[in-house]
Design a protein around this ligand. Sequence first.
Ligand SMILES: CC(=O)SCCNC(=O)CCNC(=O)[C@H](O)C(C)(C)COP(=O)(O)OP(=O)(O)OC[C@H]1O[C@@H](n2cnc3c(N)ncnc32)[C@H](O)[C@@H]1OP(=O)(O)O
Ligand SMILES: CC(C)C(=O)C(=O)O
Length: 557
Amino acid sequence: MAFDHKKYRPYHPINKTDRRWPNATIEHSPKWCSVDLRDGNQALIDPMTVDQKDRLFSLLVEVGFKEIEVGFPAASQTDFDFVRSLIEQNKIPDDVTIQVLTQARHDLIERTYEALKGVKQAVVHLYNSTSPTQREKVFKLDKQGIVDIAVNGAKTVKALAAGYPETHWTFQYSPESFSATEPEFAVEICNAVLAVWQPTPEQPAIINLPSTVEMTTPNVFADQIEYMHENFAYRDSVILSVHTHNDRGCAVAAAELAILAGAQRVEGTLLGNGERTGNMDIVTMAMNLYSQGIDPTLDLSGVSKIVQTIQDCTQLPVHPRHPYVGELVYTAFSGSHQDAINKCLQVQHESDHWDVAYLPIDPTDVGRSYQEVVRINSQSGKGGVAFVLEQIYGFKLPRWMQIALSKVVQKRAEGVGKEISVDEIYRVFTETFIHSAGKILNYDIHQQHDKQRLDATIETPHGVTTIVGIGNGPLEAFLNALMAHDSTHYEISDYQEHAMGAGSKADAAAYIAIKCNDQNGYGVAIQQDSVLASLQACYNAVVQAKQVQDEEQLQAS
Ligand SMILES: CC(=O)SCCNC(=O)CCNC(=O)[C@H](O)C(C)(C)COP(=O)(O)OP(=O)(O)OC[C@H]1O[C@@H](n2cnc3c(N)ncnc32)[C@H](O)[C@@H]1OP(=O)(O)O
Ligand SMILES: CC(C)C(=O)C(=O)O
């Protein structure tokens, strides 16, 4: 049997009964370190060129990263040249620290320092792998042999740094494959490295704990981090960092729980590019904080630029449902979602905390628009259609008008079997309820005793007619005039109007629901003159009711 789960074994959680992280909350942003230019780069089909790296570095600085891992300079000439170009062309702002990765090998560490010559400040990031699989199968060494690699590397890092006194150095150590390493051994090897570096609160070192391959639920990772936080030496002189990967799809969750467990720093990439399923997605985690009212310390308002730059530099597409940045993440197609969004947005005031159903953040915060929030297909309802017409064209449809329009739009959407564009909705709306086969050219109102007499001239495809009626107001007079003209009984069942926009010159939009014998009809009109708007809407409603009646008769015959 090829698909056999018995091939695998469960990961054994660590035996921790005093865990504190489940009761903790995240109260402020961690320190961020972008590893887009290193871990992100080493996962690409075609690694970035110096120009692409340059462009991405500028974006990272613009977004507000203060620590950026810019490469593995001993690994390739491109990485070496890129680091040199940043330093020689003075491209590193004073408040930004670049970081570079190296294996614990003397020649590679030497080359790493050559690449960094002249830099104001930098983090030298040393790593070696520590898990049983790596020890036994890759390095073929016992625990002491692995500790020796780390300690020798740490000594070299420290010794060579002394040759570059003009630079402010920070040392970072990662026990690669930490999440698969016995916690006691992870503490032992980190302490051995720290004993070489002797960090102080003024000159701290970074211990970076990676889930090189994510292999457990995030709570187990949190236990591991809490264990380290409680057990390694020099705790007040160490910045505890995490570097999670997304093999199980939980890299962000694991980093968040790690913060609860005592981590102070998080490494990741902007949209989660990285080895295999990727690194921790910093945009997602930072926006998660933002959506909880916590300053993420990164400016992610220019999401389109971030997405475009990442795509151009990595040649990787961004999924339309990627958290916070995907093309479709602020869009609702389904009717009840649209209805709820519409209702919430109507009562959402600028001074209030954001509280809109189905929208965890305000899309405009990241440069997205409300226009894209609601899109219409056959799954949509009246609230969505009304939202679109209000947002884009300024119509505030009364509920009964929404119901009438939604039926027509739904029929059209089912007919075409796909999304209906905003322009198409507007066309359906105007064709059905506004462009009737008759235009009121002018009207005249005279007071006659306690009533009003209305003379209206209407242009129809059959010619121009003038009708006359008397009523308590212009609308009633108009209906009486129509009833005098044909044998139908007309009765207004609903009426509403509003100004389109602000100011005294704003057009009036009138909405009328009418009963013609037993048939409902709906009409809309927009005119400068609000009386004309209501008369025209009334006439449009009559025409619409008759059209529906004719269609029904045709279908029945
Ligand atoms: C989890 C991570 O993301 S770690 C970062 C991984 N990133 C990369 O590897 C990208 C850049 N790397 C490279 O370009 C290359 O690996 C280089 C240039 C650094 C080294 O290349 P090579 O010298 O040809 O070595 P290669 O990668 O084939 O093999 C690794 C060797 O280094 C050893 N090694 C691997 N990692 C480490 C380490 N962190 N510290 C010390 N030795 C190490 C291996 O045991 C192996 O030793 P062996 O030659 O005695 O068998
Ligand atoms: C070098 C380390 C931090 C790494 O990239 C990993 O383990 O994923």
